[in-house]
Design a protein around this ligand. Structure first.
Ligand code: NAD
Length: 257
């Protein structure tokens, strides 16, 4: 049990990486606050955890709203007494996100509000709670596109994830001496709702696969295992890092088919 006695708050835990992480963290002994804007999805994750004998509670929260972010943290402390692990994972990829000329300003703003401001707000309210617990760990979900130009244009998304990476480094430096570690998790392309809705033609999917040395999309479960490493004491000397879990995509220049 790598997270025994720990309390973890995971945003976007109604689906994909967030859900798999919630299930895995609970199986490692954590009590989990499952936060998602989709209340039914969050409740479903909680039901799955409880079915496996774990402890969890759901909170409906839109991470782009300060009041919701404050409430999800308050709920964690109210229900479980403390907060030790904050996983800022919720994110969107808008199907209309494209290049600079074609991306609508509203798409840019919505993407930034959820993907970037959402992480800021999670930290704004989460860090005081981690301090009250005597320290803790923050994981922010960025993406491989924070360090590489994506093959399929998604300008707002890419910029938002670059911001998450930069913010993670600075948070790590600020809070290192108080026992709060902050790391970014950078998944490669995954076979989750989010990406499959965006890469909605066979041609777009093939184009993305060409750049992945392993020649396949990753699974949310594979990212959850990396999140567990960052959440647990196994990564005790790591802070301000960007953990790439990407099937080799950032190591490659050109990949043969
Ligand atoms: P997903 O779509 O399967 O799950 C995302 C969850 O976030 C959903 O349950 C959704 O309801 C929730 N959500 C959306 N907006 C929200 C909001 N405003 N407030 C709270 N919850 C909200 O996606 P996923 O693939 O599991 O992605 C999780 C994270 O991983 C995102 O930050 C995403 O950008 C990142 N990521 C995904 C991939 C990929 O290929 N899927 C690659 C790199 C990074």
């Amino acid at each position: 049990m790598r997270l025994r006695e720990k309390v973890a708050l995971i945003t976007g835990a109604g689906s994909g990486i967030g859900r798999e992480s919630a299930l895995l963290f609970a199986s490692e002994g954590a009590r989990v606050v499952v936060a998602d804007v989709d209340d039914a999805a969050a409740k479903d994750t909680v039901a799955q955890i409880q079915k496996n004998g774990g402890e969890a509670v759901s909170v409906r929260a839109d991470v782009s709203q300060a009041g919701d972010s404050e409430r999800m943290v308050a709920e964690a402390e109210h229900r479980f007494g403390r907060l030790h692990i904050l996983f800022n994972n919720a994110g969107i990829m808008d199907g209309r996100d494209d290049n600079a000329m074609t991306t609508d300003e509203s798409v840019w703003e919505r993407t930034m509000a959820i993907n970037l401001k959402g992480v800021f707000l999670g930290c704004k309210y989460g860090i005081p709670a981690l301090r009250r617990a005597g320290g803790g760990t923050i994981i922010n979900t960025a993406s491989f596109v924070a360090v590489l130009g994506a093959a399929t244009p998604q300008l707002a998304y890419t910029a938002s994830k670059g911001g998450v990476l930069a913010m993670t480094r600075e948070l790590a430096v600020i809070h290192a001496r108080e026992g709060i570690r902050v790391n970014a998790l950078c998944p490669g392309p995954l076979r989750t709702e989010l990406l499959m809705k965006f890469l909605n033609t066979e041609e777009k999917r093939r184009r993305r696969l060409v750049h992945i040395p392993m020649g396949r999309f990753g699974e949310a479960k594979e990212i959850a295992k990396a999140a567990l490493f960052l959440a647990s004491d196994d990564s005790s000397f790591m802070t301000g890092a960007s953990l790439m879990v990407d099937g080799g995509i950032t190591a490659a220049y050109v990949t043969p088919e």
